[in-house]
Design a protein. Structure first.
Length: 234
C-alpha cells in the first residue's frame, strides 16, 4: 500500500503549483479534499500524508509575502514551512514547528485540458466552501498561462548586464526603500549595464517612486529572457 496525499481543495493552484508539482513527483496517490481539513481560509496550502504504517503528517506551506503566521494552520500541522517570517515575533512554543523554506513562483502544472478538468471537477465538489469563486476559477487559468518548470533552465549571462523588476508594496515601505536603493545603486554604477525598475501600480499611486518606475510593460516570456541574461559577477 502506497502513501495517500490529500491537498486542501481551496488552495491557490496558481501560486502553489510549484509545490503541487513536487508532490506529484514524489507520490502517486494524490487527491484534492476539503472534508479532511479544518475550515481553513481560501488560499491556504495544506496537505496530509497518510503513511503506509498508519502514521499521518499534517503539513502547511505558507509562501505568502507577509511575515504573519496563520495560527489556526500552525496549531493543526506537524510542520509549518514559511517563506517569510520574523522568528523573533513568535512565541517560543511555536518555533519548533516552523521551518524556513526558499522562495517559489507560479508555474504551469497542467495543460489546457487538464486545467479545465481540474477546475470543473474541484469547483463542483467544493463550491459550497469556496468564498471567492471568481478568484478560485481565475487561479486555474493563471496557472495555465505560466511556463512549465522546464522553461526555467540556466543560460549564459551577458557581460555586466543587470535586469531588475519588482513591485511597489503599499504595506511594505521598508521593502520599497531597499529595492529603490538597489535600483539607484545599479544606475549610478558605471560598471553595470542596468535595465528595469519598479512596475507601475495599477491604481496609479506609486508612493513617490515614479522616477524609478520602468516605462515598459513586458510579457512573462521577455521577463524570463532578460532575467537569464543577468551577470552574477559584478
Amino acid at each position: 500500500m502506497k502513501p495517500k496525499v490529500y491537498i486542501y481543495g481551496l488552495c491557490d493552484v496558481f501560486y502553489d503549483g510549484y509545490y503541487i508539482k513536487g508532490l506529484n513527483e514524489i507520490f502517486e496517490n494524490i487527491q484534492f479534499s476539503v472534508s479532511k481539513f479544518p475550515d481553513f481560509a481560501q488560499g491556504t496550502f495544506a496537505f496530509i500524508i497518510e503513511e503506509d504504517n498508519g502514521g499521518v503528517q499534517n503539513l502547511i506551506i505558507d509562501s505568502k509575502d507577509s511575515s504573519q503566521i496563520d495560527k489556526k494552520a500552525l496549531e493543526w500541522c506537524s510542520v509549518y514551512g514559511k517563506a517569510n517570517y520574523n522568528i523573533e515575533n513568535l512565541e517560543t512554543s511555536d518555533k519548533a514547528k516552523i521551518i524556513a523554506i526558499g522562495p517559489s513562483f507560479g508555474i504551469q502544472i497542467w495543460n489546457l485540458l487538464e486545467t479545465v478538468y481540474h477546475l470543473i471537477l474541484n469547483f463542483i465538489r467544493f463550491r459550497d466552501s469556496i468564498s471567492h469563486k471568481r478568484e478560485f476559477m481565475a487561479n486555474y487559468w493563471r496557472q495555465y498561462k505560466r511556463f512549465a518548470l522546464k522553461k526555467y533552465k540556466n543560460d549564459l549571462s551577458s557581460g555586466n548586464y543587470v535586469f531588475f523588476m519588482n513591485s511597489i508594496w503599499k504595506q511594505e515601505p521598508e521593502t520599497n526603500k531597499n529595492r529603490a536603493l538597489f535600483i539607484e545603486s545599479c544606475k549610478d554604477n558605471t560598471n553595470v549595464s542596468f535595465e528595469g525598475g519598479f512596475a507601475a501600480r495599477k491604481d496609479g499611486n506609486n508612493l513617490g517612486l515614479d522616477a524609478l518606475v520602468y516605462s515598459e510593460r513586458i510579457s512573462l516570456a521577455v521577463y524570463l529572457k532578460k532575467i537569464k541574461k543577468i551577470c552574477l559577477r559584478l
